[in-house]
Design a protein around this ligand. Sequence first.
Ligand SMILES: O=c1ccn([C@H]2C[C@H](O)[C@@H](COP(=O)(O)OP(=O)(O)OP(=O)(O)O)O2)c(=O)[nH]1
Ligand SMILES: [Mg+2]
Length: 154
Amino acid sequence: MRSTVEILIQRLDEGLPAPSYAHPGDAGADLYAAEDVELMPGERAVVPTGLAIALPDGYAAFVHPRSGLAAKLGVTLVNAPGTVDAGYRGEIKVTLLNTDLRDTVTLRRGDRIAQLVIQKVERALFSEVAELPGSARGTGGFGSTGGYAQPAHS
Ligand SMILES: O=c1ccn([C@H]2C[C@H](O)[C@@H](COP(=O)(O)OP(=O)(O)OP(=O)(O)O)O2)c(=O)[nH]1
Ligand SMILES: [Mg+2]
């Protein structure tokens, strides 16, 4: 059986469902908008979900966009994925962004606006050294392996 972890949840808004997985095997549990929101083209808004959680130490929750909202309406999250720390007891909020340049998007209270992914996270012990160990990649990054089209105006 797939392993599970118990997450304590508090519904700050009892009119909304508790988060749940739509299908067995889903990684993300949908989060609901606690209020109506209208996003003009390019506009963002911090939307409450009516949900607070207590994660066990060693876990974090990540607020991810929903691909349906992204593909159909151009709605994503400004800070995707948002990070919910294990010690956070406040309301989970979703930083929605309407990337569409023409259409205003209206979302209603109760709409599923994002999804929460629970993950184990390591806590690092940052050890400073004068030189880092070598690697095949070295310092190359930001497209160093090539294969990118040039913008027309460059
Ligand atoms: O999409 C998000 C991201 C964060 N949070 C909450 C939980 C998280 O534990 C807290 C702080 O988030 P983060 O560390 O990303 O924000 P910050 O700007 O660094 O704020 P702080 O100084 O409070 O850490 O805000 C959300 O509700 N939704
Ligand atoms: Mg922070």
